[in-house]
Ligand binder design. Sequence first.
Ligand SMILES: CC(C)(COP(=O)(O)OP(=O)(O)OC[C@H]1O[C@@H](n2cnc3c(N)ncnc32)[C@H](O)[C@@H]1OP(=O)(O)O)[C@@H](O)C(=O)NCCC(=O)NCCS
Length: 159
Amino acid sequence: MSTAPRLVDLRVGDINDLNSVVHIMNRAFDPHFGEAWSSSQCIGMLALQGVWLTLACEGEALVGFAMARAVAGDGELLLLAVEPERRGRGIGGTLLRSVIADARDRRAERLHLEMRAGNPALALYRAHGFTQVGQRRAYYRGLTGEAFDAHTYAMALTD
Ligand SMILES: CC(C)(COP(=O)(O)OP(=O)(O)OC[C@H]1O[C@@H](n2cnc3c(N)ncnc32)[C@H](O)[C@@H]1OP(=O)(O)O)[C@@H](O)C(=O)NCCC(=O)NCCS
């Protein structure tokens, strides 16, 4: 039997997918750090102008997602998460490249993101050209009330 990684299918998600998205998010983000969004935050964000949801599916199963926004030339990667058991197979990178391409199509000139300081996802973002542009002290509040800094990153989408 082949052990080659399966390719994922990407598709556009909508409000009907949010239950599955929140399920993945709650498994993907360690609750200790307080990074995951609530269902109502996702519903509210998806309703905003310029926001889109990209789903990574293996067959019928959702294995990862990205939510992003592009408005007035500025893009933001809002969320990126992959099922813990499916990591390290390129699914996060596939989602990230799709968001970058979609943001370009939507005429964004820069793509921003914000991430907890120390999140190992930084290696993935650096590999795709993001560099740090700022810091927000005590931005995330973890389960025990502990505060964690956020770092902001950006990449240019213009040549
Ligand atoms: C970040 C995330 C989406 C990456 O998904 P993925 O499918 O594993 O990504 P890929 O397989 O395409 O790339 C993995 C790369 O990301 C980096 N990386 C991301 N998360 C990592 C982790 N927890 N531990 C180690 N490396 C990690 C590594 O550089 C790795 O590269 P390598 O495979 O060459 O070693 C996934 O780890 C995740 O869901 N994390 C929790 C949610 C999160 O923190 N999201 C980012 C902030 S919004």
